[in-house]
Design a binder for this molecule. Structure first.
Ligand SMILES: Nc1ncnc2c1ncn2[C@@H]1O[C@H](COP(=O)(O)OP(=O)(O)OP(=O)(O)O)[C@@H](O)[C@H]1O
Ligand SMILES: [Mg+2]
Length: 160
């Protein structure tokens, strides 16, 4: 029994290929209905990480930041919803999408720049934070937001 969010992975010195590999591995722990928040500054690698997850889930469509539409939907082995809320502040409430509708039991929902949507989207099952360490290296943390997600991580990857 655990309480609250659990840090499940913490890495430094993560190169581009390694970030992609971690995204691919992480996809194995994902299930329909999962909500994943991706934090990190411009150019951190959030879209790179989303693309690696989507590819691993057999998405063949190009994966790019959905800057103008707020959301892209891809089909693979699971349905993947890719949101980027960077511009949400600039979009009037009247025009704002019903964000809630982007999370459902059938899709994995991956949200870049979640800050503007947290209140409306709810608690994440997973939080991924990527930071710059140098030009080519990143720091990465993955947090399981629920006990269920944490147990699933342990089942998928073991205790180490
Ligand atoms: N170790 C690394 N991990 C991730 N990206 C890297 C790394 N080294 C270099 N890069 C480059 O950094 C860029 C990351 O871009 P990406 O679009 O994924 O960032 P982002 O976090 O989605 O930014 P934005 O907030 O603008 O959407 C890519 O051009 C990628 O090739
Ligand atoms: Mg991006």
């Amino acid at each position: 029994m655990v309480e609250g969010p659990q840090l499940v992975l913490s890495r430094t010195g993560v190169g581009l290929r390694e970030l992609e590999r971690i995204g691919r591995d992480f996809s194995r722990a994902l299930r329909p209905g999962d909500l994943v928040y991706l934090y990190g500054p411009l150019g951190a690698g959030k879209t790179v990480f989303v693309r690696a997850i989507a590819r691993a889930l057999d998405v063949t469509d190009p994966v790019r930041s959905p800057s103008f539409t707020l959301a892209n939907i891809y089909s693979g082995r699971l349905t993947v919803r890719h949101l980027d809320l960077y511009r949400l502040d600039q979009i009037g409430e009247d025009d704002a999408l019903a964000l809630e509708e982007y999370v459902d039991g059938e899709a994995v929902t991956l949200v870049e720049w979640p800050e503007a949507g947290v209140g409306r989207l709810g608690e994440a099952d997973w939080t991924v934070s990527i930071g710059h360490e140098s030009l080519k290296k990143r720091v990465l943390e993955i947090v399981a937001g629920t006990e269920e997600a944490w147990l699933r991580w342990k089942e998928t990857f073991g205790d180490d």
